[in-house]
Design a protein around this ligand. Structure first.
Ligand SMILES: C[S@@+](CC[C@H](N)C(=O)[O-])C[C@H]1O[C@@H](n2cnc3c(N)ncnc32)[C@H](O)[C@@H]1O
Length: 271
């Protein structure tokens, strides 16, 4: 049993897992043959998934820095993913060493790595739970220890809500958590979209995910904007991830064609 309360024997290596496929897109080594085979099929249909994943990770970095610079000192990172340095607590602590981070993921392999790479430095904990069960997240000892809902908090849903189907009520699930946030709290969200896919590449990619442990659901900008109800979007709004407060050269029109997602950060009650 690991220190996150999870036994590694429970890891399923017979089905592709989105966390391990994403690790493969990012060039990581924490994946199995079954994941690489599925990820290669996705990339065969939609080669832009790799730059899309990298662009998303860049957004993750800039968004964490932005909210911590605004004074946020506690973060819940839902759909953590396999640890990829710099992780959320490392980014936050470069600015404010006292920042507390609760990582949440439903994938046992993420739980296995979390003990070694995410939660070994104090003030960070891991919650092995499913975001479709918000009460389990809220009742978890790590959440109770690290997170104070009476203080401003950043909730991160970065590249995770596209694994929650419409019939599972993703908007209601997010609202069940955001409704508890105080004013000044932040919502960090990114999501894959087919808005820029003129063909069927993403439809075919989504077919591959049907054999994995979670389906891949595309959502349009109009479908994503309601997640920010009650929040004011920080400039530049809900945009393609590389266009969200770039800290390097802005991608040209051709490079942007490789980024099939939306990203934004909202502040509850207004900026
Ligand atoms: C594409 S990765 C994103 C990782 C990280 N947030 C990032 O953007 O770099 C999606 C992660 O969400 C997790 N995930 C998917 N569905 C989930 C659910 N229902 N509850 C909790 N985690 C989930 C997966 O296990 C995976 O680790």
């Amino acid at each position: 049993m690991s220190e996150t309360g999870f036994s590694p024997e429970e890891i399923d290596t017979t089905k592709p897992h989105p966390a391990r496929m994403y690790d493969y897109y990012l060039g990581g080594r924490d994946n199995y043959a079954v994941d690489r085979e599925a990820a290669d099929r996705v990339l065969g249909h939609a080669p832009f998934i790799r730059p899309t994943a990298q662009g998303n990770r860049g957004f993750h970095h800039r968004a964490v820095r932005t909210v911590v610079e605004r004074g946020i000192r506690q973060i819940m990172d839902l759909g953590t993913g396999i640890p990829t340095s710099p992780n959320t607590h490392e980014l936050a602590r470069e600015i404010a060493p006292d920042t507390r981070v609760a990582y949440v993921d439903n994938d046992p392999i993420v739980a296995t790595y979390a003990g070694a790479k995410l939660t070994n430095s104090g003030n960070a904990g891991f919650v092995l739970a499913d975001l479709r069960d918000p009460e389990a997240i809220l009742d978890h000892p790590a959440t109770r220890e690290l997170i104070d809902f009476d203080q401003p908090l950043a909730l991160m849903f970065v590249a995770v809500l596209h694994f929650v189907r419409d019939d599972e009520g993703p908007l209601e699930l997010v609202q069940s958590l955001t409704s508890r946030l105080t004013e000044g709290s932040c919502l960090i969200l990114s999501h894959i979209t087919a808005d820029f896919d003129g063909g069927t590449a993403l439809e075919q990619a989504a077919e591959v995910y049907k054999n994995s442990t979670a389906q891949l659901i595309m959502r349009s900008r109009e479908e994503l904007l309601p997640y920010f109800e009650g929040f004011e979007l920080l400039e530049p709004g809900l945009v393609r991830p590389p266009l969200w407060r770039p800290d390097g050269p802005v991608p040209d029109a051709e490079e942007l064609l490789m980024h099939h997602g939306y990203a934004g950060v909202g502040v509850k009650g207004g900026v």
